[in-house]
Design a protein around this ligand. Sequence first.
Ligand code: FES
Length: 125
Amino acid sequence: MRVKIGTSTDFPESTLVSVTGDGINILAVRINGSVYAVHALCPHLNLSLRNGTLEGHVITCPWHGSKFDIRTGKNLDWVQGIGGFKMPGWSRALIALGKEPTPLTTYPVSEENGQVFVELPKRPG
Ligand code: FES
């Protein structure tokens, strides 16, 4: 399902923007001219990535420091610590609560005539 999430000017370079499409919370960001969209909740504990840190194409979760490539959703690091403080390996495993590294959901973006769209999965039913 193709859903409009805004106009081109709504997505300035390197700025995380919260949008909603078909009831799904999405974070979108323009990087080097292209807009990327990801699910707004971290796959670790489903907490918001809205206040995450963006460095280049990498977003870091503000809760436990997992890192994802915003272009592909690939998990680059999983549960580093709490509140920006890195933890040793054994405690990282505790904080992970048994959850295995999981990629971040991405949504294909298209930009046409100043309008920005995402392709969302069709909902069952
Ligand atoms: S909720 Fe994102 S790393 Fe824990």
